[in-house]
Design a protein around this ligand. Structure first.
Ligand code: CMC
Length: 441
């Protein structure tokens, strides 16, 4: 049986495939090796037009066609709408796995045995508390500080609490920081939420499951013990699985790029979280809700689509750099939404979203550009039904993505071929000129 991997036409087995390049400036011919469907950019450096020429570079703003690493973690086939973590289809993981098991898979490469999982869950649970001074640090934020700003600032501050994290070449240190970060993210995230509400921070309850404990830290009031609803606990677990990794996206690239200077993983995670904050990345689900609220009524959808097509705005939650078909995560989220709506009541914005999807998927503009709903189109609607304010959406994305960032960071550190990330530029500024005194300008 042919698998989708075997069917990919661009993949080669690396046995002697080459690319012949003719430089029309000099008439010279070069034969460049092709490996795994790629040509190494550095091979272009030998192509020179004159003595002393630096050699050809490749120009690729936004890395639209540049592979920055070899990775064995997440495979995305954007044409076919396939997403796999370490070879496992996202659909199977969302149905059968748990977030912590999936995090183990991403970090360690294989599904854990029963005892490995028990140890992993214990290790993560052991690290859920934060230092009291972290709490004091967070109390210093303005009452209405954006929770994502609080989260990324606090994660960066963690590096000062764990100076041992600088030992990035020590595998034991990498393991401990990995456990600490995965464990503490929900605690910090919940503290940001309580802070915005003027509520006392709730300490972790280590009898509860990762997501149940998160709900307890968010919503526990005066009851002695919070009992999470199993449907909500599972819904959040599924959402966390879906968001755990997505290969070389903007925030993962930030994680690898900052980590490539041997910065500690807290600083690199803070940088990744900062990249996730932007509306074109993790902030898109917030933008989706704002857009749906602005549309306000399903009858106004055609008018809104017209406005997008005339270039006056984006259809938020649509389009993806990699997916040129339906994002498989969006499909699973739609299903998860039903369970949440049954319990919490439907989100009135859902009707507008469904109509928007229907009209957009029939429209030539979106068909031609292969624009389909991405993960963010429906995630915000669920988060809102769960009672989260829009400001919390990127925070909810950052918690599970921490597992992916760390898996990618560890892979980068262990890859002998990786170097400090330092792109080249095409200089288009002025020729050398000389300083003129202020009085002469
Ligand atoms: N609404 C309307 N037009 C769009 C959209 C959209 N959401 N996305 C892309 N286009 C158009 C774009 O204007 C361009 O048209 P033309 O060829 O006429 O210039 C064409 O489609 C190709 O788009 P692009 O901007 O070259 O594509 P890209 O790969 O650089 O951008 C994207 C990908 C996700 C930034 C973009 O689709 C977008 O801005 N989408 C809305 C924001 C969003 O939902 N982001 C969440 C991404 S998924 C979660 C994550 O990974 O963070």
């Amino acid at each position: 049986m042919q698998t989708h991997r075997e069917a990919r036409p661009t993949r080669t087995d690396g046995r002697g495939e080459t690319l012949t390049v003719v430089d029309n400036r000099t008439g010279k011919t070069y034969e460049l090796p092709i490996e795994d469907g790629t040509v190494r950019a550095k091979h272009f450096r030998q192509i020179r037009a004159y003595e002393g020429d630096f050699g050809l570079m490749v120009y690729d703003p936004g890395f639209a066609n540049t592979a920055s690493c070899r990775s064995a973690i997440t495979h995305v086939d954007g044409e076919r709408g396939i997403l796999e973590y370490r070879g496992y289809p996202i659909e199977e993981l969302a149905e059968k796995s748990s977030f912590l098991e999936t995090a183990y898979l991403l970090i360690h490469g294989d599904l854990p045995t029963k005892s490995q999982l028990g140890q992993w869950v214990h290790d993560i649970t052991f690290h859920t508390y934060v230092h009291e001074n972290v709490k004091k640090f967070m109390e210093g934020f303005q009452y209405d500080a954006h929770p994502m700003g609080m989260l990324l600032g606090t994660v960066a501050a963690l590096s000062t609490f764990y100076p041992d994290a600088k030992q990035v070449s020590d595998p034991r240190s990498r393991d401990i920081q990995t456990q600490r970060l995965i464990a503490k993210m929900p605690t910090i995230a919940a503290f940001t939420y309580r802070h915005n509400r003027g509520l006392p921070y709730v300490y972790p309850d280590n009898d509860l499951w990762y997501t149940g404990n998160f709900l307890s830290m968010l919503w526990k009031m005066s009851e002695p013990k919070y009992a999470p609803d199993p449907v909500l606990e599972r819904a959040i677990d599924v959402l966390f699985i879906l968001h755990a990794d997505h290969e070389q996206n903007c925030s993962t690239n930030a994680m690898r790029s900052v980590g490539s200077s041997d910065a500690d993983p807290y600083s690199a995670t803070a940088a990744a979280a900062a990249a996730l904050y932007g509306p074109l990345h993790g902030g898109a689900n917030e933008a989706v809700i704002k857009m749906l609220m602005e549309i306000g009524d399903k009858n106004r959808v055609p008018q809104f689509v017209k406005h997008v097509k005339s270039g006056e705005g984006l259809l938020w939650g649509f389009g993806h750099r990699i997916y040129k078909s339906y994002d498989p995560r969006a499909k699973i989220i739609k299903k998860t939404a039903d369970a949440v709506f049954e319990l919490m009541g439907a989100n009135p914005l859902l009707e507008i979203a469904l109509e928007l999807e229907r009209i957009a998927l029939e429209d030539e503009y979106f068909i031609e550009r292969k624009l389909y709903p991405n993960v963010d189109f429906y995630s915000g609607i669920i988060y809102q039904a769960l009672g989260f304010p829009v400001d919390m959406f990127p925070v909810l994305f950052a918690i599970p993505r921490t597992a992916g960032w760390l898996a990618q960071w560890r892979e980068m550190i262990e890859d002998p071929e990786q170097k400090i990330a330092r792109p080249r530029q095409v200089f288009v500024g002025p020729e050398r000129r000389h300083y003129t005194a202020l009085v002469d300008r």
